[in-house]
Design a protein around this ligand. Structure first.
Ligand code: FMN
Length: 340
C-alpha cells in the first residue's frame, strides 16, 4: 500500500538514505549536510511517500516571506524505483498542498538537466540554466510554475483552430442565454472548414443546451481532459431541465474570456468560441448545428505552436474519446506515417 503523509522525526535516516542513493547523479555529496540540517530544523511542510512501510520518496516546499511564491525543495525518489510514477505522485501531492495555501501565485524550483523535462510536464518553465551550478556535471535549472491558469492559456490562430478538433475528441458544448449558463457533453462534433474555420455539432432536441444555442446564436466547443472524465460524464448524463444545479454538482467552473459573453469551462485543454450559422432545415431535420469559430485558445501545456503535444504532457491532459455506457478511451501514442 502507498500513502503520502507528513514527515516525522523518525523518518530522518530513511530520507538521508534516499539522498545517498541519488548521489552523485542527482545530488552532489556537498549538499548532504544542507539536507540533513533541513530535516533537523525546517518548519516548512515536508512529505514522504511510504510504500508497504518503507519510505520511497520525500519532498517539501517553503514559502517566501510574502507568501506568494512557494519553492519545491529536497524532492527525491528511491534510486531503484525511478520510472514507477512515484516522482509524479510526490510532485502532485506537493502542488496540491501548495494550491491549498491561499495567496500562493507561483511555484519555483531548481533541478538538474536530468529532471527538468519531468517538471516541464507539470507546466514549469525554465527561467535560467547555470552550467555545473550544483557541482561538476550537474547543471542548475531554475524553473517557475504559474498557478494562475490564465498564464497557460494562449490564443490559437483561427486558421489552426481546426486542429483542436482534428483528432476527434469528445467535447463539451456550453452556451449562455437570458442569464442561464449550461454545459453538455457531445461526441458528434467535427471540423468542417479551414478558413473561416467552421465546425458541426449534433444537438438533440431534448437538450437544454440546444435551446440556449438557438436563443443566443453563440456557443463554445471545448476539449475536456482525462482529468475531467467524471465532469464530462456528469454533464452528459444529467439535463439542466431536471437538475437546476447541474453545473455545480458536476464540478464545472466557468472562465471568462475578454470580449466574449460566453461560458468557458475551466480546466479544458482548448476552447472554440462559435457563432451559430443558422440552417433551420439542418437543425430541425438532423439536429445538425454549424458554427463559425470566432475565437480559439488552448492550454500551452498540451497544445502549442499549432500542435498537440500529448506525448510530452502529463497524462491527465489526454483527450477523451467516448465509446458508450460510460466507457471512454484516452488518446494513445503518436504514430508518424512516412511521406507517401
Ligand atoms: C460522452 C457523451 C457524448 C454525448 N454526445 C452527444 C452528442 O453528440 N449530441 C447530443 O445531442 N447529446 C450527446 N450526449 C448527451 C447529452 O450530453 C445529454 O443529453 C445532456 O444531459 C444534455 O444536457 P442539457 O439538457 O443540460 O443540455 C452525450 C453524452 C455523453 C456522456
Amino acid at each position: 500500500m502507498q500513502t503520502v503523509r507528513p514527515y516525522q522525526a523518525g523518518d530522518r535516516d530513511a530520507c538521508l538514505a534516499l539522498f545517498d542513493g541519488n548521489t552523485p547523479r542527482f545530488f552532489d555529496p556537498s549538499e548532504r549536510a544542507g539536507f540533513a540540517a533541513w530535516l533537523e530544523n525546517s518548519t516548512h511542510p515536508y512529505l514522504v511517500i511510504e510504500r508497504d512501510g518503507v519510505i520511497v520518496a520525500c519532498g517539501g516546499h517553503a514559502l517566501d516571506a510574502g507568501g506568494t511564491v512557494a519553492s519545491l525543495c529536497w524532492g527525491m525518489v528511491a534510486q531503484d524505483l525511478h520510472g514507477q510514477g512515484l516522482g509524479r505522485a510526490l510532485t502532485q501531492a506537493r502542488l496540491d498542498a501548495i494550491r491549498a495555501v491561499p495567496g500562493v501565485a507561483k511555484v519555483s524550483m531548481n533541478t538538474s538537466q536530468h529532471t527538468q523535462a519531468f517538471y516541464a510536464r507539470f507546466g514549469f518553465q525554465t527561467v535560467k540554466v547555470t552550467q555545473d551550478g550544483f557541482g561538476p556535471g550537474i547543471d542548475q535549472w531554475d524553473m517557475l510554475l504559474s498557478l494562475n491558469e490564465r498564464d497557460h492559456i494562449a490564443a490559437v490562430p483561427l486558421e489552426k483552430a481546426y486542429r483542436l478538433l482534428n483528432h476527434g475528441p469528445s467535447i463539451l458544448v456550453s452556451a449562455r442565454h437570458d442569464g442561464i449558463d449550461n454545459v453538455m457533453a457531445a461526441a458528434w462534433a467535427c471540423a468542417l472548414d479551414f478558413s473561416p474555420p467552421k465546425l458541426t455539432v449534433v444537438l438533440d432536441k431534448a437538450t437544454r443546451t440546444r435551446a440556449l444555442v438557438e436563443g443566443s446564436g453563440t456557443f463554445v466547443i471545448q476539449v475536456p481532459t482525462a482529468a475531467q472524465l467524471q465532469l464530462t460524464h456528469a454533464v452528459g448524463t444529467h439535463s439542466l431541465d431536471a437538475q437546476p444545479d447541474k453545473l455545480a454538482r458536476a464540478g464545472v467552473r466557468l472562465l471568462h474570456m475578454d470580449g466574449f459573453d460566453l461560458p468557458f469551462v475551466a480546466g479544458c485543454s482548448a476552447w472554440l468560441a462559435c457563432r451559430l450559422i443558422p440552417e433551420p432545415h439542418n437543425q430541425a431535420a438532423y439536429d445538425l448545428f454549424i458554427g463559425e469559430v470566432v475565437g480559439a485558445w488552448a492550454d500551452t501545456r498540451v497544445f502549442r505552436d499549432g500542435h498537440w503535444h500529448f506525448e510530452d504532457a502529463d497524462p491527465s491532459w489526454r483527450s477523451l474519446h467516448y465509446i458508450a455506457g460510460g466507457r471512454f478511451y484516452a488518446i494513445g501514442e503518436a504514430l508518424d506515417a512516412a511521406p507517401s
